[in-house]
Design a protein around this ligand. Structure first.
Ligand SMILES: O=C(O)C(=O)C[C@H](O)C(=O)CO
Ligand SMILES: [Zn+2]
Length: 275
């Protein structure tokens, strides 16, 4: 497991491009036949990627740094099929996930295994410490309620599906959903916001390999950018905006942890205030 330490906003000005990427961009979460994890001390989130192959299911094991007997001993977990389809076995119970579907695994699940549904299956993992037990449950992309935002004139038409939240699958602190850009739209989360109560991570997916997202981070009056490719994640500390423009339409998993779970608890930033 890779460890990322917390950062203070005053550090950003001194970061060159490699330093910025090393702190906030997670580049290689997915490798065939492996489960990879990254631990950020921002709200103690664990990001992961599981890429099982048809002949080799994968088991989620706790890295020594977690000092746990099993991964979900003190943690809750969300699993989202960002490429292909497959199944996740939780203590022997099979949960089939199609592309864009989400499984929430509650604290206490001992045995979590990932099975490929074809040659190219990728599961994104997002985990947070949990102070309570909540039911393991599936939310499907095709069945989720859709919030439609944006306007073609501002190139930000997008659909937001909330999976794990106060009015959906319940959890201790984890909040997660998927945003999908309409063809011809490129901007997510514009106008942007921060939320001092929560860390948020984005995992971009369904972006063609020869395209990129220009992701904005930093305090609103001192933004920086990361150039992000398909299936890479960005860690946004609570003080940071998290917004991006693609050279093509895309989807992303947004996921949060922290003080509260109110999706609408955002500190909006006026576009004219951005620097
Ligand atoms: O496109 C958007 O706007 C989003 O998806 C915003 C995220 O859901 C978010 O930042 C929630 O805090
Ligand atoms: Zn946000």
């Amino acid at each position: 497991m890779e460890i990322r330490h917390s950062t203070h906003p005053s550090q950003l000005a001194a970061f060159d491009t490699p330093a910025l990427r090393a702190h906030y961009l997670v580049e290689d979460l997915f490798a065939p036949g492996e489960v990879r994890t990254v631990y950020t001390h921002h709200d103690r989130v664990v990001l992961g990627g599981a890429a099982p192959t048809p002949d080799r299911p994968l088991t989620l094991t706790p890295a020594p740094e977690l000092r746990a007997e099993f991964f979900c001993q003190r943690r809750e977990l969300a699993v989202l099929a960002v490429r292909g389809a497959g199944a996740v076995l939780v203590d022997g119970v099979e949960h089939r996930l199609g592309h864009g579907d989400c499984l929430y695994v509650g604290r206490g699940a001992v045995d979590v295994r990932f099975h490929a549904g074809g040659e190219d299956t990728r599961f994104y993992l997002f985990s947070t410490p949990a102070h309570g037990d909540h039911r393991t449950a599936v939310a499907r992309y095709a069945e989720a309620a859709v919030d439609r935002l944006g306007d073609p004139s501002t190139a930000n038409v997008r659909e937001i599906r909330k999976y794990v939240h106060l009015n959906g699958i319940r959890s201790s602190q984890l909040v997660l959903g998927v945003t999908t850009l309409a063809d011809g739209s490129v901007w997510n989360t514009m106008p942007p916001h921060t939320h001092d109560r929560r860390t948020e991570c984005y995992l971009y997916f369904d972006l063609p390999d020869d395209h990129r997202v220009m992701h904005l981070l930093g305090e609103p009056d001192a933004t920086r950018n990361l150039v992000v490719r398909n299936e890479q994640a960005v860690i946004s500390p609570s003080w940071s905006v998290h917004s991006g423009a693609g050279t093509h339409a895309y989807s992303f998993v947004w996921a949060m942890a922290g003080e509260n779970q109110e999706y609408t608890d955002m500190d909006p930033v006026d576009i004219t205030e951005l620097r």
